[in-house]
Design a protein around this ligand. Structure first.
Ligand SMILES: Nc1ncnc2c1ncn2[C@@H]1O[C@H](COP(=O)(O)OP(=O)(O)OP(=O)(O)O)[C@@H](O)[C@H]1O
Ligand SMILES: [Mg+2]
Length: 456
C-alpha cells in the first residue's frame, strides 16, 4: 500500500515566515524569447499597479541583461542587486531606489557582475527569500529570456505568472517551450513524492511506443491510482499562468492568445488565461527613447490602453472562463490541431526543450547522401530523405518530439497546426535529417500550405 502526502506541498521557497507583516503580491514577467517586450510590460505593469496609491517594487531579475533602470529613468543606480548578492547589503530592501514613476521603486540589476548571470543555488535561494520580504504591496519581477532554472524558479515563486509573447513564430515556439518547462518544474513539487513517481514511471514505461502529452500522462496516472491522479490534476490546475501577446499590429494577431491558450489546455491539461493583446505602438518606442514608462507619458496611447484593459480584466475577474468555447471556432480548432499534432511529446527532463537539432558533423555527412532539393514536393522530399537515410518514423518522432510526422510528409495540410507551428516543425524535421536547405524547404512547404488553405 502506498502512503503519501495528498496535500499540495508548499513551494520550496514560496512561503517565508513574515511574522505579522503582510507579504507582497508577487508578479513575474517572463516569456522565453528575448526582445518580445518583457521589460516594457513589467515596468508599465509596475506603474499601473502603483497608480491607485499602492507601493510597487520592480525587481530587475534579468541577471546579466538588466535594463529596467533605463526604462524607469534611473541613469546610475547607486546600489544594485550586485551589492546584495555579494553580501554587501543585508537585504534586498536596502538596494531599492526611487524611480521617475510615483509609487514605483526599483531593485536594479544594472552593472551586474559576470557571475551574477549564473546564480548558484545559495544565491538564488537567498534572493527569492528576500523577494518575499520586500516592503511593498506589489513586487514585479522582470525576468530574463530562456528557461534556465533561475528564471523558472523566480517565475514559479510569483502568484501572478505572466508569459509575454510577440506574434513571431519563434516567440510563439519559445513561449510554449518556456511554459512547458515551467509546468514540469511546477509538477516536480509532487512528482518527487515516491508513490507519485512510481505511478508516473509505470505509465511512461508502458507508453514507450506511443508518446503522450502531459494531459494524457496525468489521465493515465489517474486511471492507475486515483489519489495520484487527483494530486497531479490539482497541481496542474494550480499552475495557471497568464499570457500577454505584445506588439500586435495585424488583426489576426488577436487570435494568437486564444490559440495558445487552447493548445496549452489540450497539451498540458491545465489552464492558461489570455490576459490581453497589446498593440505595437510608436509611443512605446518613444517612451523607451525618453526613458519614461509609456503609461506615464502616453497614457492614452494604444499600448497603455490595452495594458490597462488587460490588468482590469484580471482585477475585475473578467478573464475568460478557460473552459468556455472561444469566439472563433476556427482558431480553436486550429489550436486543437496544433496541440494534437505536435507541440511536444512525452514529457521528461530530457524532452522539456525540443529545440531544433543543430547541424552536427554527422548531419553534414548525412547531407552528402541526400538527393537534390525538391521544392515542388517538399513533403515527399522529406519522406524520400528519411527513407534514404534509413530512419524509421518512430525514431524521428523520438528525436524531434513532433507528432504527426506522416501528416507533414503526406502534405495533409488540413490536418496540420497553424502556420507558425508548421514552419517550426518542418524546419525541425528537415534539420533532424541534416538537410542543409531547411529554411528554403520550409518556405516552399508553407507556400503550398497557404495555397491549400486558400483553396479550401
Ligand atoms: N508594444 C510595443 N510596441 C512597440 N515597440 C515595442 C513594444 N513592446 C516592446 N517594444 C520594443 O521592443 C524593445 C524590446 O523590449 P524589451 O526590452 O521589453 O524586451 P525584453 O523581452 O525584455 O528583452 P530581453 O529579453 O532582452 O530582456 C523595446 O525597447 C521596444 O523598442
Ligand atoms: Mg528585458
Amino acid at each position: 500500500m502506498r502512503s503519501f502526502d495528498a496535500s499540495i506541498p508548499p513551494e520550496p521557497l514560496a512561503q517565508g515566515a513574515h511574522g505579522a507583516r503582510r507579504s507582497p503580491r508577487i508578479w513575474a514577467v517572463a516569456g522565453g524569447k528575448g526582445g518580445v517586450g518583457k521589460s516594457v510590460v513589467a515596468t508599465n505593469l509596475a506603474v499601473a499597479l502603483a497608480a491607485p496609491g499602492a507601493r510597487c517594487l520592480l525587481v530587475d531579475a534579468d541577471f546579466g541583461g538588466a535594463n529596467a533602470h533605463t526604462l524607469l529613468g534611473v541613469s546610475r543606480p547607486k546600489r544594485t542587486l550586485s551589492h546584495f548578492l555579494r553580501g554587501e547589503a543585508k537585504s534586498l530592501e536596502e538596494v531599492a531606489c526611487a524611480t521617475c514613476a510615483p509609487g514605483v521603486r526599483l531593485v536594479s540589476g544594472a552593472f551586474a557582475l559576470l557571475e551574477i548571470a549564473n546564480l548558484n543555488h545559495a544565491q538564488k535561494s537567498r534572493f527569492l527569500r528576500h523577494v518575499q520580504r520586500l516592503e511593498a504591496d506589489h513586487v514585479v519581477l522582470d525576468l530574463g529570456a530562456g528557461s534556465s532554472f533561475n528564471v523558472l524558479d523566480a517565475f514559479l515563486l510569483a502568484r501572478r505568472r505572466i508569459a509575454v509573447v510577440s506574434p513571431e513564430p519563434t516567440a510563439v515556439e519559445n513561449v510554449y517551450h518556456f511554459l512547458n518547462a515551467a509546468f514540469f518544474r511546477w509538477l516536480r513539487g509532487v512528482a518527487r513524492q515516491a508513490p507519485v513517481r512510481a505511478v508516473l514511471e509505470e505509465v511512461l514505461a508502458e507508453a514507450r511506443r506511443q508518446p503522450l502529452v502531459p494531459r494524457e500522462l496525468i489521465a493515465l496516472a489517474a486511471q492507475r491510482d486515483t489519489r495520484v491522479g487527483r494530486l497531479l490534476q490539482e497541481r496542474a490546475r494550480s499552475f495557471a499562468p497568464l499570457l500577454i501577446v505584445n506588439q500586435a499590429d495585424r488583426p489576426e494577431h488577436h487570435c494568437i492568445g486564444p490559440e495558445i491558450a487552447a493548445a496549452y489546455r489540450e497539451h498540458l491539461g491545465g489552464r492558461l488565461e489570455h490576459l490581453g493583446t497589446l498593440a505595437r505602438d510608436e509611443c512605446v518606442l518613444e517612451s523607451v527613447r525618453r526613458q519614461r514608462p509609456a503609461l506615464q507619458i502616453f497614457p492614452a496611447g494604444a499600448f497603455a490602453t490595452d495594458l490597462r484593459a488587460a490588468i482590469d480584466r484580471l482585477h475585475g475577474g473578467t478573464t475568460p472562463d478557460p473552459d468556455a468555447p472561444y469566439a472563433s471556432p476556427r482558431a480553436c480548432e486550429a489550436a486543437r490541431a496544433m496541440a494534437r499534432h505536435g507541440l511536444g511529446g512525452t514529457p521528461g527532463p530530457a524532452q522539456q526543450h525540443p529545440a531544433p537539432t543543430p547541424a552536427t558533423p554527422i548531419d553534414r555527412v548525412r547531407a552528402l547522401q541526400l538527393p537534390p532539393l525538391d521544392t515542388a514536393h517538399p513533403g515527399a522530399y522529406l519522406r524520400r530523405c528519411r527513407e534514404l537515410l534509413g530512419i524509421p518514423l518512430p525514431q524521428l518522432l523520438e528525436q524531434t518530439c513532433i507528432r504527426g510526422l506522416e501528416r507533414i510528409e503526406g502534405e495533409r495540410f488540413h490536418e496540420l497546426p497553424p502556420e507558425p507551428y508548421v514552419r517550426g516543425q518542418v524546419l525541425q524535421y528537415a534539420r533532424a535529417l541534416g538537410i542543409a536547405e531547411a529554411e528554403m524547404l520550409a518556405e516552399s512547404y508553407l507556400e503550398r500550405y497557404r495555397r491549400a488553405a486558400l483553396s479550401a
